[in-house]
Design a protein around this ligand. Sequence first.
Ligand code: 8YV
Length: 328
Amino acid sequence: MSNTKTKVGVTRKLPFTTLDRLNELFNVQMNETDRALSQSELLQMAASCEVLCPTVTDKIDAKILHAGAGKLKLLANFGAGTDHIDLQIASEQGIIVTNTPDVLTEDTADLTMALLLAVPRRIIEGVDCLRSGGYQAGWSPTWMMGRSLGGKKLGIIGMGRIGQAVAARARAFGMQIHYHNRRQVSPAIEEALQALYWPDLDAMLGEMDFVSLNCPLSEQTKHLMNAERLGKMPKHAMLINTARGPLIDEAALIAALQAGNLAGAGLDVFEFEPQISPGLLQMSNVVALPHMGSSTLEARCAMGERMIINIKAYEDGHKPPDRVIVSL
Ligand code: 8YV
């Protein structure tokens, strides 16, 4: 008997609840391993499925999209960012692209806040010190002094959903919110967050104690934080990135930190992920995490649910709610 269910390619191991539901609803082709597919494996999957569910670790380039030409109709991304997908070619080929916004906003903002605390309060240094027996001499008034958040200026680059959720948290810690964004947000949001808009990013950077990157990666934002921009930040300032690695010129960041031109960095993403420039792991004022922003059971299951809703809407002949290319 032929299988009339929609063929859905799933590139990575997803939460059980997501996989179970996908299997109930669709004819699922799975990557049975827990590693990223090679480009040729990805190409085979794209060529044989009507729907492909990629993640941030899958580079959906022209070759993959051309392999799917005619058959591949929907890229239901498991994740919010779509910088790993060639949206231009997908659009030309009439392939719908959806993502999973909203459901990972709060958890990603929590992790941003965790880094915003961990770097100035030297939390990892403290843990390392205890683990290596360095607390033998006991407490001292001048030991492990960090920097406080209260009253400090936080400059948020990218005031979308996640940027706003970071701002709300930082307000509760007594920080002053400043932001740079392509567009100024509504007066109601500015008022609620007590946020000050800076149309000129360079001018904002020079005044901030902390900077958090919360914008998408695109041609325009690649190396947004280059040597010149990093050089505009005050020496005592700290930089947090939970968005995308290539927003920062990593070599320039290392140089700035090593020269003492920047006081610290909290990074959940890296320019050449999963490779991390060794220099970053050697500095005690850098807290580095392996892209954990939305990695909670709750967010991952909700991302799966949102992805399934998009596939189901497409299958039923409706416009999937989270279309990235809205014209399709
Ligand atoms: C996800 C993310 O883990 O959603 C995003 O854009 O960066 C991450 O939090 C990842 O994208 C899953 O594909």
